[in-house]
Structures are given as C-alpha cells and as structure tokens.
Write a protein that binds this ligand. Structure first.
Ligand code: HEM
Length: 418
C-alpha cells in the first residue's frame, strides 16, 4: 500500500496551462504529508525521432511542515544524487553535467561554491541596484501609460528582470532578447510554443547561453568592471574558475530571470482579480513589503524542486527507499491551512507569512533580496495608476509543472477621463 498512486495530474505540464491544480493539491495534502504520484508520459523528440518518456513516479510532499523538515536534512534528501529537477537525468554524462550547477550540489561542494557566491552577491551589491531598478520600473510604467494597450508579460514582467540582469551582469541591454529566448526555450521545454519537448533545441539553447557566458567571463577576466561576473572572478576569498562562473551565469540568467518574470506577471493578474486588495495597496505605501510577501506566497512562481533519497529511511510513517524521487511542492505548502490562516484569501496585510516561495534550508534562493526589490519597485511605480489597471483578455499560461508561468496577458491603463 506504500505506493498506491494518488494523482498523475500534478506531474502533467499541460494541466498547468489551465491553471495551478490547487484543488488537487488540497486533496493530496489531505491524503498525507507525503504521497506517491505517478508521472504522466511526455513527448520527447530530436529531429525526426521521438518517443513518449515516463519517469518512475515520485513522492509528492505537499504540506508546509514536511517540506521544511525534508529541506533541513540535505544528507538524506540529496540535491546532487539525481539533480534538483523533476525530470530524471538521461545518462551518467547528463547527471555529471547537471551537477555542475550550484542548485544540483550537496555539501561540501555546495557549501564552498555558495560561500564564494554570497561573498560577491552581497546585500550591498543588491541595494546598489535600487536606483537603477527604480528608474527601469518608472520607464516601464511610462510605456504602459503611453500605449492604448500592452502585454503584461512581454512589455512589463519580462522586461524588468532582463534589464536588471543586464545591469547586474554587465551585459548590453540589446542582448536581453537573447536571454529572453534562451530562458523561454529552457524553462518552457514542455510548452509547444517554446521548447516543444525538442531535446535538440534545448541543447542548442543551453550551448548558446553557455558560449555567451564563456565569452563574458573571458572579457571580464581581462577587463574587470563593477558587475557581479567581475566580482565572482576576482573574489578575494574564493574566486570562481571560468567554468564555475559559466554554470552560475546560466543559473542566474535562466532561473532568476524567469521566476521573477512570473512573480511580476502573476502580481498584476492578482491585483486585477482582487479589486479590494488593489484599492488597499493603492492607498497605502507602507503595505508594499507585506504585499510582496503575500504575492510570493500566492503565486509561488517556482512550484517545486526535487530531492533524492540517499538511503532507505522512514518519513512520517512511510517507508522510503534509496533512490526514491521526492518532490517538494512549495506551491502547495503556500496554501496549507496548517501554516496559514485563510490561505485561499489574498491578504496584503497578512501578519505572519512564512511562505516557502524561495525554498528553505541550504539551497534557499540566493536572489530573494533582488526579486523582492524588483517587485516592490514595480508596485511602487504603479501605485498611482493601480486603480486604472484593467485586463483586456484572458491569460495564456505556460505548460510547465515547474514554473507557474503566464506567457501573455493583455491589459490597459484606462484613460483618466473615461
Ligand atoms: C520570484 C523570484 C524567485 C523565486 C520564486 C525563486 C525561487 C527559488 C527557489 C525555490 C530556490 C531553492 C532551490 C532548492 O531548494 O533546490 C532557489 C534557488 C536559487 N535561486 Fe532563486 N528564485 C527567484 C529569483 C532569483 C533571482 C532573481 C536569482 C538571481 C539573480 C536567483 C538565484 C537563485 C540561485 C543561484 C539559487 C540556488 C541556490 C543554491 O542552490 O544554493 N533566484 N530560487
């Protein structure tokens, strides 16, 4: 009875194109803190050749307390054994490649690299970006005002993280289109419009991003600037090798960019769907910080990350076996009634908000401060115009079981006179 499957839906990228299956997650939370989920077969192809590929299934962890407990036992629930992504590595070689990314490491490699990154990616460095983030946010809001209508994703939510990454990493603004394409193809792998399950296209996008990062690292080693890449390469304590730099670069450009985009697009959508909260925020500048936390809880842009059992163990009364896949559903934990009062309500003044949108434990998001700052600056720039924000069409959602994403969302700022 240990593995009678409870759901297949939550593993299906296509299901999320209709919206996060919150009812299904509520059912899973009821069923227990850790329940077995079968994986839906997915179409994978390369050129002419394609096949349906199905993972072996996994333990879904849907309650807040259980995710915190597992995340604090990284020796038992490993990020490195099979990587932190739901899809299994295709080969030994693929696994080795995967393990070059910080997110797919365990101690001691993880501890060393993370220390190197945190000594360069400091709160002071992020705070120094505040003025430029504010200027970008103001410019984007001006563009919204100048147009009869706009797309929330393409014109606002995707733009801000790309402009900020360009500043952070010292790359030309014009190249942000490349970053946009790569992250769509990598994160949108299961979406027909972006990756389409095309392994060749995925590998090409990865190789291009990697080559770009290699070129940036080479230039910065010769001519350091005041950007994060230069800091990481020179860091007094533990400077990164070019190779480590490139892996980190891809993680920042793809992960940091896409997750922040979906926080911002989801935020604007939520503001339109909850007019009372929008009015509240429009009238109170001091609500921005708690509103950002609530939007992080509400949207959970990164819906899950994966761990793998390093040995047989029992957890919450279940026998788990070495090699079992365990998926931590932050998106579900963030609606867990045992952790939040009235979790189905968006409440910009929520007093206690221990959401897990940035994960918890040794892999806690390194970009949390930056993402919060971007969201706060955009909300502040939009505040005077918030009452006039109106959606003009339905959201087109991303087919992804990883990122709670919107691909397009038409909107306008209703002219003041109408
Ligand atoms: C709303 C925006 C964001 C969300 C929701 C988010 C979410 C997450 C989550 C859940 C993790 C934990 C991974 C795990 O436990 O395995 C993580 C890790 C990470 N995030 Fe973010 N992230 C966001 C923005 C950013 C930004 C802007 C950056 C950098 C520019 C960034 C860089 C990273 C890195 C480097 C890690 C790996 C940390 C490690 O493995 O030690 N993230 N993020």
């Amino acid at each position: 009875m240990a593995r009678s499957p409870h759901s297949i839906l939550v593993s299906d990228p296509a299901a999320y194109a209709r919206g996060v299956p919150h009812d299904e997650f509520a059912r899973l939370r009821q069923a227990g803190p850790i329940v077995w989920v079968d994986e839906v077969p997915l179409w994978r192809h390369s050129g002419e050749h394609g096949q349906m590929v199905s993972g072996a299934g996994y333990w879904a962890v849907t309650r807040h307390a259980a995710i915190v407990s597992i995340s604090r036992q990284p020796a038992l629930f490993s990020s490195a054994a099979r990587g932190a992504f739901l899809a299994d590595p295709k080969s030994r070689e693929d696994l080795e490649r995967t393990r070059q990314l910080l997110i797919n490491m365990d101690a001691p490699e993880h501890t060393r690299l993370r220390q190197a990154v945190t000594s360069a990616f400091t709160p002071a460095l992020v705070n120094n970006l505040r003025a430029s983030i504010r200027a970008h946010a103001a410019e984007l809001v001006q563009r919204m005002l100048d147009r009869e209508s706009f797309d929330v994703v393409r014109d606002v939510a995707a733009e801000l993280p790309l402009l900020v990454l360009a500043d952070l990493l010292g790359i030309p603004y014009a190249d942000r289109e490349l970053l946009y394409q790569w992250s769509n193809q990598l994160v949108g792998f299961d979406d027909a419009e972006y990756g389409g399950g095309n392994v060749e296209r995925y590998q090409r996008a990865y190789a291009e991003a990697y080559q770009y990062a290699t070129d940036v690292a080479r230039v910065r080693r010769r001519q350091p600037g005041d950007d994060l890449v230069s800091q990481l390469l020179q860091s007094a304590g533990v400077p990164l090798s070019d190779l480590e730099m490139c892996h980190l670069w891809v993680l920042l450009v793809v992960g940091g960019n896409e997750s922040t985009r979906h926080l911002l697009s989801g935020a604007l959508q939520a503001l339109c769907e909850w007019p009372d909260e929008r009015r509240r925020l429009a009238g109170a500048a001091d609500l921005t910080a708690t509103a950002v936390e609530e939007l992080l809880r509400w949207i959970s842009p990164v819906m899950q990350f994966r761990r793998t059992l390093t040995c047989d163990a029992s957890f919450e009364g279940r026998r788990l076996s070495e090699g079992d896949k365990v998926v931590l559903y932050y998106v579900s934990a963030n609606r867990d009634p045992d952790a939040f009062d009235a979790p189905e309500r968006l409440d910009f003044g929520r007093p206690r908000n221990a959401h897990l949108a940035f994960g918890v434990g040794p892999h806690f998001c390194l970009g949390a401060r930056l993402a919060r700052l971007e969201a706060a600056e955009l909300l502040d720039a939009l505040r005077p115009h918030l009452p006039r924000l109106e959606l003009t069409g339905p959201a087109v959602r991303l087919s992804s079981n990883f990122m709670n994403g919107i691909k397009s969302l038409p909107a306008r700022l209703v002219p003041a006179s109408s």
